[in-house]
Design a protein around this ligand. Structure first.
Ligand code: PNS
Length: 160
């Protein structure tokens, strides 16, 4: 049996926290599909194509890891690609309400999809893409929180 896991997110932009979760998920998934998705409650800083490009370049060649853009419902996409595991990161109790609600809604939409929450490395629990964007916007140093390609992209974005 091939275990296919889907790891969706805004990835706006990719952080070291995302890379940590990707590494952890590859330990138990035979195939991991990392999907840049649309969160209807957020206005992204980078376009979906830019987010995908930064994500791909941040991860680099990694056997068993694939990338894509997800435009519709996550639960339906999982069924289409045969994914039975949905990966989400849980940094702390602040994430829990929203994540638990999504997990139950996704289960209702696709009962074959099991959400698996992964805790990031303890040194990365404070890292969020939204805080990274905010710090970078005001000229703060984010190079220890994001992959080098993302740090460059943020610098270029705010140098304008
Ligand atoms: O990184 P984020 O912004 O927390 O990711 C949230 C995301 C993109 C995974 C969520 O908004 C999502 O699943 N979007 C796709 C549309 C969908 O299926 N919505 C219903 C979720 S229960």
């Amino acid at each position: 049996m091939t275990r296919i896991a889907l790891y969706p997110g805004s990835f706006d932009p990719t952080t070291l926290g995302h890379l940590d979760l990707i590494r952890r998920a590859t330990r138990f998934a035979d195939r991991l599909v990392v999907a840049v998705a649309t969160n209807p409650n957020k206005a992204p800083m980078f376009t979906a194509a830019e987010r995908l490009d930064l994500l791909r370049r941040s991860v680099g060649p990694s056997p068993g890891v694939e990338f894509g853009v997800l435009t519709g419902l996550l639960a339906h996409h999982a069924k289409e690609i045969g994914a039975t595991i949905l990966i989400r990161g849980l940094r702390g109790s602040g994430d829990f309400e929203y994540e638990a609600q999504m997990a139950l809604m996704n289960r209702r939409l696709n009962p074959d999809l099991e959400t698996v929450f992964l805790a990031p490395d303890s040194g990365l629990t404070f890292v969020s893409a939204s805080l990274v964007r905010e710090v970078a916007r005001f000229g703060g140093e984010v190079s220890s929180l994001v992959p080098p390609v993302v740090a460059e992209a943020l610098k270029a974005r705010f140098a304008r």
